[in-house]
Design a protein around this ligand. Structure first.
Ligand SMILES: Cc1ncc(COP(=O)(O)O)c(C=O)c1O
Length: 486
């Protein structure tokens, strides 16, 4: 087929030229003008057709290849890829690239009602450890603790937390990433959410601008909003994480106080930034004197078991705070998370004392025992393949039952799949219909401060897989097709 480029590039548009070339080609692939197997115009022809330089076209084609929309064939050129499963979701940018206050609060309330409803098929909540609960081993650990320290376990813990647990967390980092962490630089918190709250309160004030990935974890957005801060979104690629060029542009244009990123494994994209990129990220933030709060609650859940090294341990530790949690790997109900920080630990300890005094000692002692016995590592080893299998099953069912244009993330770990539905489908409508049909899902709008993901949803595969799960995915696929046709 001879493909003729129909549009020219608008050089007055503020968007990078190579991005415009990407959008142009991607649009023609999406509309069917370019079909699987079609050859893209040569670099020279494309450059002449759209009026940009050959290197700009090359940059665009390489990016399209990285996004797996096209493939290069030696000595031949670039071709549109065949579609074995769902296409991968496109990197997302903020609608306006400006700091904003959260504008999807009412929807968030409704989603939380749905998420917590016990009778719904739970595809809305990211709760990976439920796919293979550690209940029995934790039960045994708690019994051991009760028999050893019955009275002590009823007492207050110290503000920074139980030393035995802090030591175990430090060992765990050493064991899985080779990083040296001082137990005295760890503060135990009430889950990852309090870790993020304490970290953010320690380094930022109301009115400050906080940079976040897009899409990002909705709890982070609620936190930023509750503290009277503004969020600015940074382009995030489903296969590479934060786009560093867009981060630099954001830091140049706005007085960003803090970046809150998940560089080890993100929610909802399930992406790990490459180690080189994590290092470069640390360098960029150093140059701009910007604090990084890294949300590492999913770091232990890469399917391949390679635990990414948190950014804090790759460069200068000073302005980086790492937040972790046992909610995603062991027991969300225990509400135990932690913070690792070198420079801010004293301030964080003061805030911890003021906000919640300390975290539950029985849960801390139980987790310390769970880690020390080796049961935690064994549990992670068993959990990861279950999650990977669930991710594959969910991806295959989505490819089978959702409309062809549906795109999905390709998570390398964690428990959620991010779906881009046909443009005409309202995720909010789908959410309402799904709840009425007994299924909870998370609509895309809550993952952006400006509610931009109107035709996206996040589905969780972090619960035990069963017929109910499969029926729910089939039902959603049918409903999405109906909504797309309306
Ligand atoms: C990315 C991310 N960070 C932090 C949290 C909060 O973790 P916790 O349940 O330990 O408070 C969550 C929970 O869903 C999450 O997905």
């Amino acid at each position: 087929m001879t493909y003729t480029v129909m549009l020219a590039i608008d050089k007055r548009d503020g968007t990078y030229l190579y991005r415009q070339v990407i959008d142009l080609v991607a649009g023609d692939i999406g509309s069917g003008l370019l079909k699987p197997g079609d050859r893209l115009p040569s670099l020279r022809k494309m450059s002449q057709a759209v009026g940009v330089s050959v290197p700009t076209v090359r940059q665009a084609y390489i990016e399209l290849e990285r996004q797996r929309r096209v493939e290069s064939r030696p000595q031949s050129g670039f071709y549109v890829r065949h579609r074995p499963t769902n296409e991968i979701v496109r990197p997302a940018r903020s609608i306006n690239g400006k700091p904003v206050a959260l504008n999807c609060r009412p929807l968030m309330e409704r989603v939380y009602d749905g998420i917590n409803h016990p009778n719904l098929v739970p595809l809305g909540i990211a709760n990976p450890c439920m796919a293979k609960p550690a209940a029995k081993a934790l039960h045994r650990a708690m019994k051991r603790v009760m028999s050893r320290a019955e009275e002590r376990s009823l007492n207050y813990a110290s503000t920074l937390g139980e030393p035995a647990l802090r030591r175990q967390i430090a060992y765990h980092y050493l064991d899985t990433t080779g990083s040296q962490v001082e137990p005295d630089h760890i503060c135990i918190t009430n889950g990852g959410q309090e870790a993020l709250l304490l970290a953010l309160t320690a380094v930022a004030s109301p009115g400050d601008v906080i940079a976040v990935e897009t899409p990002t974890y909705h709890g982070l957005l609620e936190l930023i909003d509750s503290l009277g801060m503004l969020a600015v979104e940074v382009e995030t690629c489903p296969e590479e994480g934060v786009t560093l060029s867009d981060l630099k542009r954001t830091l140049e244009e706005h007085a960003v106080r803090v970046c809150m990123f998940s560089t080890t494994l993100g929610n909802p994209l399930g992406v790990t930034m490459r180690e080189d990129d994590r290092r470069e990220l640390v360098g960029i933030l150093d140059d701009f004197d910007t604090v990084l709060i890294e949300d590492d609650v999913y770091g232990d859940l890469r399917f391949d078991g390679h635990r990414p090294v948190p950014a804090q341990f790759l460069g200068s530790k000073a302005r980086i705070i790492t937040c972790g949690s046992f909610s995603k790997t062991a027991a969300p109900g225990y509400r135990i998370g932690w913070i690792v920080s070198d420079q801010y630990i004293d301030k964080i300890a003061r805030l911890k004392r003021a906000f919640s005094c300390s975290s539950g000692l029985l849960q801390q002692l139980t987790l310390a025992d769970f880690l020390a016995s080796g049961d935690y590592s064994r549990h992670l080893k068993a959990l990861r393949p279950v999650l990977q299998r669930n991710a594959e099953r969910m991806g295959a069912l989505v490819a089978q039952h959702f409309p062809r244009e549906t795109r999905t993330s390709k998570p390398v770990g964690g428990s959620v799949l991010w779906l881009e539905l046909p443009k005409s489908v309202s995720a909010e409508q789908l959410f309402d219909d799904a709840v009425a049909a007994g299924i909870s899902i998370a609509p895309g709008q809550i993952f952006s401060p400006c509610s931009c993901y109107e035709n996206f949803v996040r589905l969780s595969y972090g619960h035990p897989w069963g017929d109910q799960t499969e029926d729910a995915i089939r039902w959603l696929g049918r409903r999405v097709k109906e909504l797309a046709e309306q």
